[in-house]
Design a protein around this ligand. Structure first.
Ligand SMILES: [Zn+2]
Length: 238
């Protein structure tokens, strides 16, 4: 897991930086406030501005040399640019992402340490989480909606820490995803996200500063996906 600028400075959405490599319609930047996506989270949206205009960032592509920002027009940029993350989209991703941690913490607690088998956040304010839950009663899962919203109202703070890979693997439940353990950063550490009093887990995404920043959450649907997997679809209330 690379340490992103947005991990260190999540509130900085506008940043002056420089183009370090370019091809028509794509740039590699010295620094970027954009989250590149991953682990079910979508990449930030936004624009790049330079002396000659503004272009939409259409996507982010990971490469060995860094993250290419893919542009909506085939412009070839150089020198100083201003990067601007779309605040509404970032906020929605952070709300959904924090809420998936709340759901996932309550499922882990109430269903014998059930692990996540997949997650996807969507641009329309919904998300799905798949759990390894062969025996679960869907009505018990649905009933978590009230408690999720209680946690949101309690305004629990969200904090970060970095632990060694050995520590992460040694603490039960810290690596919550059955298939994807986040890779360690260059210095061998793994980023831990803590919702204070509720949950600690390894994650590289963007989250709220505290849970009350989320709109209320609805459990929209629960599907059985195969013998083991239960798919829970959630959505932010309007
Ligand atoms: Zn997360």
């Amino acid at each position: 897991m690379t340490r992103y600028f947005c991990h260190e400075q999540p509130d900085t959405l506008v940043l002056e930086t420089r183009v370090v490599n370019a091809r028509p319609g794509a740039v590699l930047l010295e620094r970027s406030p954009f989250h590149p996506g991953g682990g079910g989270q979508l990449a930030d949206r936004g624009v790049l501005r330079w002396s000659g205009g503004e272009v939409t960032v259409a996507g982010i592509e990971a490469a060995p040399e860094g993250f290419w920002h893919l542009l909506a027009d085939p412009v070839e940029l150089a020198g100083a640019v201003e990067t601007v993350v779309d605040p509404a989209f970032r906020s929605m991703m952070a709300q959904l992402h924090t809420d998936t941690h709340i759901l996932n913490a309550l499922v882990f607690r109430d269903f014998s340490g059930a692990l996540v088998t997949g997650a996807q956040l969507n641009a329309d304010g919904t998300a799905r989480m798949d759990f390894d839950l062969p025996e679960a009663d869907n009505e018990r899962l649905r009933a978590l909606e009230g408690e999720i919203n209680d946690v949101i109202r309690q305004d629990l703070p969200v904090r970060y820490a970095y632990v060694t890979e050995a520590e992460a693997l040694g603490e039960r439940g810290l690596v919550r995803n059955r298939s994807v353990a986040p890779p360690p950063a260059a210095d061998g550490t793994i980023r831990i996200v803590e919702i204070v009093g509720l949950d600690r887990q390894a994650c590289g995404g963007t989250h709220l500063a505290s849970t009350r920043g989320s709109r209320p959450l609805r459990i929209l649907k629960i599907d059985n996906k195969g013998r083991h997997n239960r798919r829970v679809k959630i959505g932010l209330a309007d």
